[in-house]
Ligand binder design. Structure first.
Ligand code: 5RP
Length: 299
């Protein structure tokens, strides 16, 4: 019989149960997430910084449907220098395995959908990476996109439901992405509809585009954290303004790709966006920071 916890003094056991100190009921820092299981919360706490409640995700999954798009011709060269500045990676299984060292200890949001390229109908996707595959690669979340109003809307919703169901089984949260076809208007009404559908299906967080009018209503009407995509490359001050506006209107972070890795100085841009996300920097302060960092690099 082990007796290691039986430290006796004068024949009496010395134990401290702090009787009278009630055990605290712990809440959880993310919107709409209080009733999730421990494993899902733990993974979300790797993606979102519990101190700020926000995240800076770096999206570089574009090649799965766009091929070697600008800025990602050589992911092995363009992505590693940015890793120290971001909280989380959103990428494809192949992109991760071939270009990112397994020694990098950043949470990964794994792109699970496939089946369409820019040459064809983008909403015609299936699930190509199973939840088990994602666990095997040590992903922290699954992701797929939904194309509300597109020809294969139902199939993209089924893909999302698959990720949520399988992720729930294995303790992985799911990021639902609002993909907006060329024919759709990126306004608060459309984005609000898409985000709400994604959240009601059970996604744990949602990625959508920023819109100039009514973005705060998109966030308010979505009962889980919302992060914004960057979209097409903008001049750096405009991209920083968009990130700032989104954060001020309630976004829980950004999942930015082209506006970081296609910036004139990607590492400086990642740091400037980070200041907006985690330090509440204004867009002007972040741009000044961007300029200072790029000048420092030139010297
Ligand atoms: C597409 C995605 C992409 O990862 C995302 O849109 C790319 O980021 P960015 O628009 O900032 O380049 O989710 O469905």
């Amino acid at each position: 019989m082990p007796d290691v916890d039986k430290s006796k003094t004068g024949g009496e056991e010395q134990k401290d149960f702090s009787v009278g100190v009630p055990q605290a009921n712990q809440g959880f820092f993310l919107k709409g997430s209080a009733h999730l299981p421990w494993g899902i919360k733990n993974r979300l706490s790797r993606i979102f910084n519990p101190k700020t409640g926000r995240t800076l995700m770096l999206a570089f999954d574009h090649g799965y449907m766009m091929g070697p798009t600008s800025g990602l011709e050589r992911m092995d060269l363009s992505i590693p220098p940015l890793l120290e500045y971001v909280d989380c990676l959103m990428c494809s299984r192949g992109g991760l395995r071939t270009c990112i060292s397994p020694e990098v200890n950043k949470p990964v949001v794994m792109r699970c959908s496939t089946g369409a390229t820019v040459l064809k109908e983008l909403s015609n996707e299936i699930i190509g990476v199973t939840a088990e595959d994602a666990v095997a690669i040590n992903a922290s979340a699954l992701t797929t996109q939904v194309c509300i109003g597109a020809p294969y809307e139902k199939e993209t919703l089924a893909n999302l439901a698959y990720c949520i169901n399988e992720g729930n089984r294995l303790g992985l949260p799911t990021l639902g992405v609002t993909a907006v076809g060329k024919e759709m208007v990126r306004d608060a009404r459309y984005l609000g509809l898409a985000c709400r559908v994604i959240a009601e299906l059970g996604a744990h967080f949602v990625k959508t585009y920023y819109c100039d009018k009514g973005f705060d209503t998109v966030v308010a009407g979505t009962p889980v954290p919302v992060v914004i995509a960057g979209g097409k490359k903008l001049p750096e001050p405009d991209a920083l303004k968009m990130a700032y506006n989104a954060i001020q209107q309630g976004a829980a972070g950004v999942d930015m790709g082209r506006n970081i890795f296609c910036a004139d100085h990607p590492a400086a841009m990642a740091q400037a966006v980070r200041a907006i996300v985690h330090e509440n920097a204004t867009a002007k302060k972040a741009y000044d920071m961007y300029l200072a960092l790029q000048n420092k690099k030139k010297k």
